[in-house]
Design a protein around this ligand. Structure first.
Ligand SMILES: *Cc1c(COP(=O)(O)O)cnc(C)c1O
Length: 411
C-alpha cells in the first residue's frame, strides 16, 4: 500500500476512497496490489461502460496516440468530423460541441441556453433564467455547485452565479409554475444518479417535453451518466420517446480511457455560437475523437443498450430477492441500480466496506444508497456471481449489527 500511504500524505483530502489499492483492470474485473480480484460494480460512475481495457478501444487508442493525439481546434483533423457525425447520428440531434469532462459539457449547455434566450427567444440581456431540479448533480465547477441543493457541495465556495431556479424532481406541474417569460431552459437528469438513483414517475419527462415546447423553453437532458446504454436505451430520454433540444454526454463517451464529453443540440440552439465564443484546448482532440467514435460504434453494433436492459432486469430481480430488514428499497433503470438502506440500521459506507471484503467494488451515494452499475458488457453468469457475494456481504453486516445491538442491550 505504498501508493496509498503517499496519497494520504500528499493528496488534498477531497476524497475518502475505500481501502483497496487497484493496479490492473480487464473487462468487469479489477485487481489490487495484493493480486486479489474484484468485480467492478461501479465502473467509475459509468465511465467504464465498455469494460476495463476494452481490447478494440485500446487498439484505437494506441494507434491514434501513435499517429496524432492533440492539435487544438486551431486546425482541422481527420478525426473530429466523423466523431461529431456519429454523435449526431446516435442522438438524433444536429450538431455537437466537444469538451472533456461532464461538467464542461453542462457549462456549455448553460452558455448555449442563455445565448439562445437572448439571441432567439428575445429575453432582455442579463435576465435569462435556467430551471434545475432539487437533488441535481452536474459536476463541481463554481457555477454548477452554485445551483446544487447539496449543502456540502456549496459550503465555502460562494459567491455563486445567479440565474437558477429550483423545482422538485419528478413534478411537471412545478416546472410549469416556475417558468417565466425569461426562462431559457430546463436542465434535467432523466434519472438522478448522484442523488441516489432516483427514477421519476412514468410520463414525467414526456410532460416536461410538452411544457417546454408550449412555453418556448429549451429542454436539456443531462445524460452524462444515464446516456450511452446505461439505462437500457441508448439515451435514457428514449424511454419516454422524448427528443430534447439539447443533451450533455460524457463519462462512457471516452470509452473508459479518456475524458470526452459533448453538448449536442438542434441547429437552432447551436447556431448561437460564433468562432471565438467558446472553446477548449483539449476538446475534440483527435485521440478522444477516435476513441469516442469507436465507443459509439461499438455501443450500436453490439446493441449494448438492449444487453444492459436484460442484465439490468436480472440484477434488479436478484437484488430484490435479497431478504434483509436493512434494505428499504431497490430501484433503478437498466444497469443503474441503487439499494437504499435504512439509515438507523446501517450506512451505505459500512455495506461498501463489507462488499470489498467479498470481492465486490461499489460506492455509497448519499449516505444510505449503494449503487450497482457494472460495465454494460457484464454477462448473466457474472451478475449471478456478484449477487451471491452481495447477498453474503449484506447478511454479514446484518449479523454484525444484530450482535452490536445484543451487546448494547446487555443481552
Ligand atoms: C458525473 C456527472 C457530471 C459531471 O461529470 P464530470 O466528468 O465529473 O465533470 C455531470 N452530470 C451528471 C448527470 C453526472 O452524473
Amino acid at each position: 500500500m505504498d501508493s496509498t500511504r503517499l496519497e494520504a500524505r500528499y493528496s488534498a483530502r477531497n476524497y475518502a476512497p475505500l481501502p483497496v489499492e487497484l493496479t490492473r483492470g480487464e473487462g468487469i474485473h479489477l485487481w489490487d496490489t495484493n493480486g486479489r480480484r474484484y468485480i467492478d460494480m461501479m465502473s467509475a460512475y459509468s465511465a467504464v461502460s465498455f469494460g476495463h481495457g476494452n481490447p478494440e478501444l485500446l487498439q484505437v487508442l494506441v494507434e491514434q496516440a501513435a499517429r496524432l493525439a492533440v492539435t487544438s481546434r486551431a486546425f482541422h483533423t481527420d478525426r473530429l468530423g466523423p466523431f461529431l457525425a456519429k454523435i449526431c447520428e446516435v442522438t438524433g440531434l444536429d450538431r455537437a460541441l466537444p469538451m472533456n469532462t461532464g461538467a464542461e459539457a453542462v457549462e456549455t449547455a448553460i452558455k448555449a441556453a442563455r445565448k439562445w434566450a437572448y439571441k432567439i427567444k428575445g429575453v432582455p440581456q442579463g435576465a435569462a433564467e435556467i430551471i434545475v431540479c432539487s437533488g441535481n448533480f452536474a459536476g463541481r465547477t463554481t457555477t454548477i455547485v452554485g445551483f446544487s441543493t447539496e449543502e456540502q457541495y456549496r459550503d465555502g465556495f460562494g459567491p455563486f452565479a445567479p440565474g437558477f431556479r429550483h423545482v422538485p424532481f419528478g413534478d411537471a406541474d412545478a416546472l410549469r409554475a416556475a417558468i417565466t417569460p425569461n426562462t431559457a431552459a430546463f436542465i434535467v437528469e432523466p434519472v438522478q444518479g448522484e442523488a441516489g438513483i432516483i427514477v421519476p414517475p412514468p410520463g414525467y419527462l414526456a410532460r416536461c417535453r410538452d411544457i417546454c415546447r408550449e412555453l418556448d423553453v429549451l429542454l436539456i437532458c443531462d445524460e452524462v451518466q444515464t446516456g450511452l446504454g446505461r439505462t437500457g436505451r441508448v439515451l435514457a430520454c428514449e424511454h419516454e420517446g422524448v427528443v430534447p433540444d439539447g443533451i450533455t454526454l460524457g463519462k462512457a463517451l471516452g470509452g473508459g480511457f479518456l475524458p470526452v464529453s459533448a453538448f449536442v443540440a438542434t441547429d437552432e440552439v447551436m447556431s448561437v455560437f460564433a468562432p471565438g465564443d467558446h472553446g477548449s484546448t483539449f476538446g475534440g482532440n483527435p485521440l478522444g475523437a477516435a476513441v469516442g467514435h469507436a465507443a459509439l460504434e461499438m455501443l450500436i453494433r453490439d446493441d449494448l443498450a438492449s444487453h444492459a436492459a436484460a442484465m439490468g432486469h436480472r440484477l434488479m430481480a436478484g437484488l430484490k430477492a435479497v431478504r434483509s430488514p436493512m434494505i428499504k428499497e431497490v430501484r433503478g433503470l437498466g444497469l443503474l441500480i441503487g439499494v437504499d438502506f435504512h439509515p438507523e440500521m446501517t450506512t451505505a459506507r459500512i455495506v461498501c466496506e463489507k462488499l470489498v471484503e467479498h470481492g465486490i467494488l461499489s460506492k455509497d451515494t448519499h449516505g444510505t444508497v449503494v449503487r450497482f452499475a457494472p460495465p454494460l458488457t457484464i454477462q448473466a453468469t457474472e451478475i449471478d456471481e456478484a449477487l451471491v457475494h452481495i447477498a453474503a456481504a449484506i447478511r454479514e453486516v446484518e449479523n454484525a449489527t444484530a450482535a452490536t445491538e445484543r451487546i448494547s442491550l446487555g443481552a
